[in-house]
Design a protein around this ligand. Structure first.
Ligand code: FAD
Length: 383
């Protein structure tokens, strides 16, 4: 593995960084306070390829490698947790399974529509009120064949982007008998009759990233909206989540990096006991820990992304990188608040928002407990 980025990746990093510094980071507080989604980031991010990272060029995407995608998600996380989550839900969840498993007809119709940044996004609904970690056993939303259509009934929960998406890829049970071949993915346009998107959930953080419950009451879509073969939904979901974990880990590294930069700035200018607090070893050690752990997490993510790019197994590495990066981001944001003292607890400073945003990362796209189960499976299998 080459530890240096390629020239192309370096140019990409700078392009995304400059875009985030101009269009995303300055609006982070506003989207948190108002709950308004940053549409400008979509309009301006589309043309530089940020909405088509998992979409091949033939369908209007940028089709970048996974390391470049991780770089972009880190930069977006550095700028704004909410906007980063919406972008990863669009790229990693809303378009990746369609690009990988969708029919030519579906890809031609939907992928180019959402790649360009014309206020159009995708979403993925796996989780249900009674099923999150246990998707295989818990999903009860069902799709039945009726003539040339699928008829879908059920309810989903926590769907990022639902209210701002053109379609929701929905995981449904197509075989009531259950088992590992009983789930399928179906593309459901958000203007479908019978589809109801609930109000935005009131969350601890990530206020600028809309999350919704979605219900399906006899929602009817053509049989051709099936993504991949019938009964492959579980396998497609697990493969999608492996990639998504790298992205959530990358957002976490970005949040931690941003928190550390804020802590460094504050530590330099704040005086106590007649000197800058940056001169206290207790403060320096916190910064050293942050810097070291951020670097470790980034390296783990790049390794997982590199393995994916090489088309080698990366399930264990993605789980390890997500586990470490997301828990590390919480520690980094915690210490950044500590370094700010009382001001760190105030919304006048950015670190309290970062702390709230980082909290989701150990839950979404597989909790820390589920990452540990995945890792343990590999560890035990090799002994
Ligand atoms: C802001 C936000 C955005 C989200 N976006 C999306 C989205 O776009 N699409 C989507 O489909 N979902 C989304 N989710 C849902 C998210 O992926 C789930 O919340 C997550 O997978 C956990 O599922 P759960 O909430 O049902 O928790 P549960 O699965 O009920 O877990 C509860 C607790 O039990 C633990 N647990 C469960 N099983 C085990 C086990 N076998 N061993 C040990 N511990 C276990 C969990 O780790 C957790 O601590 C989002 C959630 C949030 C909060």
């Amino acid at each position: 593995m080459n530890f240096d980025l390629s020239e192309e990746q370096k140019v990409w990093k700078k392009t995304v960084h400059d875009f985030v510094a101009k269009v995303v980071k300055p609006k982070a507080r506003e989207v948190d306070e108002t709950g308004e989604f940053n549409w400008e980031a979509v309009r301006k991010g589309g043309p530089i390829g940020l909405l088509g990272m998992n979409i091949p060029e033939a369908y209007g995407g940028s089709g970048v490698d996974m390391i470049s995608s991780a770089i972009a998600m880190e930069e977006l996380g550095w700028g704004c947790g909410s906007t980063a989550l919406a972008f990863t839900a669009h790229n990693g969840l809303g378009t990746a399974p369609l690009a990988l498993y969708g029919s030519e007809e579906l890809k031609a119709r939907w992928l180019s529509l959402v790649a360009e940044g014309k206020n159009k996004l995708g979403a993925l609904a796996l989780t249900e009120p009674g099923a999150g970690s246990d998707i295989q056993g818990g999903v009860i939303t069902k799709a039945e064949k009726r003539g040339n259509d699928w008829v879908i009934n059920g309810a989903k929960m926590w769907c990022t982007n639902a209210s701002i998406a053109e379609y929701i890829i929905t995981l449904v049970r197509t075989d009531p008998k259950g088992g590992s071949k009983s789930l399928s993915m179906i593309l459901v346009p958000t203007d479908s009759k019978g589809l109801k998107i609930g109000p935005a959930e009131k969350k601890m953080g990530l206020h600028g990233s809309p999350t919704h419950a979605v219900s399906y009451d006899n929602v009817t879509v053509p049989l051709g909206n099936l993504i991949g073969p019938e009964g492959r939904g579980l396998q497609q979901t697990l493969a999608t989540l492996d990639g998504g974990r790298i992205s959530i880990g990358a957002i976490s590294v970005g949040l931690a990096q941003s928190a550390m930069e804020a802590a460094v700035d504050y530590a330099r200018q704040r005086k106590a006991f007649g000197q800058s607090i940056a001169e206290f070893q207790a403060i320096q050690f916190k910064l050293s820990n942050m810097a070291t752990e951020i670097e470790a997490a980034r390296t783990m993510l790049y390794k997982a992304a590199w393995l994916k790019d090489q088309r080698r197994p990366f399930n264990k590495e993605a789980a390890m990188a997500k586990l470490f990066a997301t828990e590390m981001a919480e520690r980094a944001c915690y210490d950044a608040i500590q370094i700010h003292g009382g001001f760190g607890y105030s919304s006048e400073y950015h670190v309290e928002r970062m702390y709230r945003d980082a909290r989701l990362m150990t839950i979404g796209e597989g909790t820390s407990e589920i990452q540990r189960l995945v890792i343990a499976r590999h560890v035990l299998a090799s002994e």
